[in-house]
Design a protein around this ligand. Structure first.
Ligand SMILES: [Zn+2]
Ligand SMILES: [Zn+2]
Length: 187
């Protein structure tokens, strides 16, 4: 079995964090890394203890949800809260950072941004990253890494198809196949 690369490992972590998002408009995750160690993580959501967009709907002003704090901002603020230096760190984000987060990333001394999905990439954000020497790299998430039993699923489906084409299957065998399918595909 081959080992997962660092880039995929941190990018997967950001995608896991995005699953914690409470904003229904977009789920974003961010992971701050220093010396190949995760030092902070964040997702877009309300202030601690606040109501959630997923419960009350988004609070939209000028086409932006103003209730949530962005994932990158939450990760940086987590470092501020616990006194963790962000100088020379790197950040892995599911989506290209917005202009506000871009500026916060630069000011926090983060040196490199890895992003998985292009998202309204603001030309001024691109310009500011360039101007401040922050390296930006596109890292696509390998989604198969999140499906550990993917290969097993494929093999099972092809076995199932062979079996079905053989026509006469006993009820016992059918039940076995059904149970196996349930265990493989249930989320
Ligand atoms: Zn929202
Ligand atoms: Zn942002």
């Amino acid at each position: 079995m081959s080992r997962i690369s660092w880039d995929q490992y941190f990018m997967t972590q950001s995608h896991l964090l995005a699953l914690r998002s409470t904003c229904t408009r977009l789920a974003v995750g961010a992971t701050i890394v220093r010396d190949k160690r995760i030092i902070a993580g964040g997702y877009n959501g309300s202030i601690a203890g606040g109501v959630h967009c997923s419960d009350e709907g988004c609070y939209v002003i000028d086409n932006h949800c103003v209730r949530t704090i962005h994932a990158e901002m939450n990760a940086i603020l987590q470092c501020a809260k616990f006194g963790v230096p962000t100088a020379a760190a790197e950040i892995y984000v599911t989506h290209f950072p917005c202009l506000q987060c871009c500026k916060a990333i630069i000011q926090a001394g983060i040196q490199k941004v890895y992003y998985a999905v292009n998202y309204k990439n603001h030309p001024y954000a691109i310009e500011l990253f360039e101007q401040s020497g922050v390296n930006v790299e596109h890292v696509e998430l390998d989604e198969n890494l999140l499906r550990q039993n993917n290969q097993e699923q494929i093999e099972f489906v092809s076995y199932l198809l062979t079996k079905l084409s053989a026509a006469n299957i006993s009820d016992e065998e059918k039940n076995e196949l059904r149970e196996k399918a349930n265990s493989l595909f249930e989320q």
